[in-house]
Write a protein that binds this ligand. Structure first.
Ligand code: HEM
Length: 418
């Protein structure tokens, strides 16, 4: 039997999306008392969904496709053309295998070593400074890590430029007007540099060890046994670099949590397993990626609601992580909720849900957790600092949302106990 899907009246609600940001879907889901409803955004009809059961459907590749789903402005800034995010079926599987092939324990260990080394260097630098803007510093720290990890350490003079280009891709992804064009320009600049690097690798002008990300991607073959075109390799190398820099947003939120909930520091110092729970709660509690988009692949009915082929559908990641029917007291920062957490791959989805290989779940989720844990260890155990008076608030309608002051720290020193 078919039911009428709750429907928001009006010509277009893009303004609502801009105004309400991370709460856009959650607010309407509460109003309609439904985890699925229809609205109109970006000039077209869209279905919005939230919650574990909705995520399960959303990640069924027979029901949804990614081709032609992402708005062009996101492809032009965040994803890049023909990126893994826009592929389906065999093409997606082959590309995802390439990306996951550099997520082995060996590659992860290497990344962790580099992260630790970079933190050591930064700590030396910050100790000599009167004050630091933490968000800006951590972006550059991670940009250096990311380039070393792919096999091409950055010259000191290039680090700032590359940080700006990569960060702009995620900082402007939801922007409209001039900021969107800034994002596009920086993507073009970043792509030019990486394109040349791949070209030189293929031409043998630069030789990278075989186990580096750059070498592996540059010589990866598609499902027909052909080398990928250079533009595509460029986009996928950036798909590793950009999000490593983006972990800065979560590290910033980790610091914010330590400042806002000072009792957490003691727990982190006292219990070994607590840092994993803390990191998970930071990823659940704070806003980052609001939702993911797909298109209905062919007509189907779910819970009595009709999904028509071609309809744009958004799955609310932030809302699913704050779903009051699944999370007790979702607006409370409480790492201990993860002590005996028995969720499914569809209920806790800050970086997408489902399976890494078969679906679109974030290729770098483990990297994110590991880098956050190392960084948290520095913040809690290895450095001292003071936090001057400043505006630490962040807006729920900014995507991505970053504390206003970007967190200013003073009197940074190595911890005496280490
Ligand atoms: C900074 C924290 C991160 C967040 C919040 C995040 C979030 C996400 C989300 C929401 C998706 C889309 C899932 C979907 O389409 O269903 C995604 C996909 C992806 N992420 Fe991440 N991510 C992060 C870090 C990383 C890192 C560190 C890497 C790599 C080094 C990475 C690489 C990717 C790739 C390649 C995809 C596309 C996967 C596919 O389409 O199959 N991400 N991420």
């Amino acid at each position: 039997m078919e039911n009428q899907m709750p429907k928001e009246i009006g010509i277009d609600h893009s303004i609502g999306l801009l105004k309400e940001g991370y709460h856009f879907i959650l607010n309407r889901s509460e109003k309609f008392q439904s985890n699925v409803f229809e609205t109109r955004i970006l000039g077209r009809k869209a279905i919005c969904m939230l919650g574990e059961e909705a995520a399960q459907i959303f990640y069924d590749p027979k029901k949804f496709q990614r081709k032609d789903a992402a708005p062009n402005r996101i492809v032009q800034t965040l994803f890049g053309k023909n990126s893994v995010q826009t592929l389906d079926d065999e093409e997606h599987r082959n590309r995802k295998e390439m990306l996951m092939s550099v997520m082995t324990q060996e590659h992860l260990n290497h990344l962790m070593e580099l992260t630790q080394m970079q933190w050591e260097q930064s700590l030396d630098k910050w100790s000599r400074m009167d004050k630091v803007v933490f968000y800006e510093e951590v972006k550059e720290l991670l940009c250096n890590v990311a380039f070393k990890w792919i096999g091409y350490p950055l010259h000191e003079s290039d680090a700032q430029k590359m940080t700006k280009e990569l960060a702009s891709m995620f900082e402007t992804a939801a922007a409209i007007g001039p900021n969107h064009w800034v994002g596009r320009t920086f993507r073009n600049m970043g792509e030019k540099t990486i394109h040349q690097l791949i070209q030189d690798t293929r031409d043998g002008k630069i030789k990278f060890p075989q186990n580096t990300v750059l070498h592996q991607f540059a010589f990866h073959k598609d499902s027909q046994g052909k080398l990928l075109d250079i533009e595509t390799v460029t986009v996928e190398v950036i798909n590793m670099l950009r999000p490593i820099v983006a972990i800065s947003i979560y590290i910033n939120f980790s610091l914010l949590a330590l400042i806002e909930f000072p009792e957490e520091k003691e727990k982190l110092q006292s219990f070994n397993d607590y840092s994993k729970m803390f990191v998970q709660e930071v990823r659940r509690f704070y806003p980052f990626f609001p939702f993911v988009a797909a298109k209905v692949r062919s007509d189907f009915t779910w819970n009595g609601y009709e999904f028509k082929e071609g309809t744009l559908t958004l799955l609310d990641l932030y809302g699913t992580n704050h779903d009051p029917t699944k999370w007790e007291d979702p607006e409370k920062f409480n790492p201990e909720r993860f002590t005996h957490w028995q969720g499914s791959p569809f209920s806790f989805i800050p970086q997408g849900g489902g399976d890494y290989y078969l679906g679109h779940r974030c290729a770098g989720e483990q990297i994110t957790i590991d880098v956050m844990k190392i960084s948290l260890d520095y913040l809690v155990n290895r450095m001292e600092f003071t936090v001057p008076e400043q505006d630490l608030s962040f807006e729920i309608d900014d995507i991505p949302s970053i504390p206003k002051s970007k967190i200013i720290l003073e009197n940074i020193a190595r911890s005496r106990s280490h």
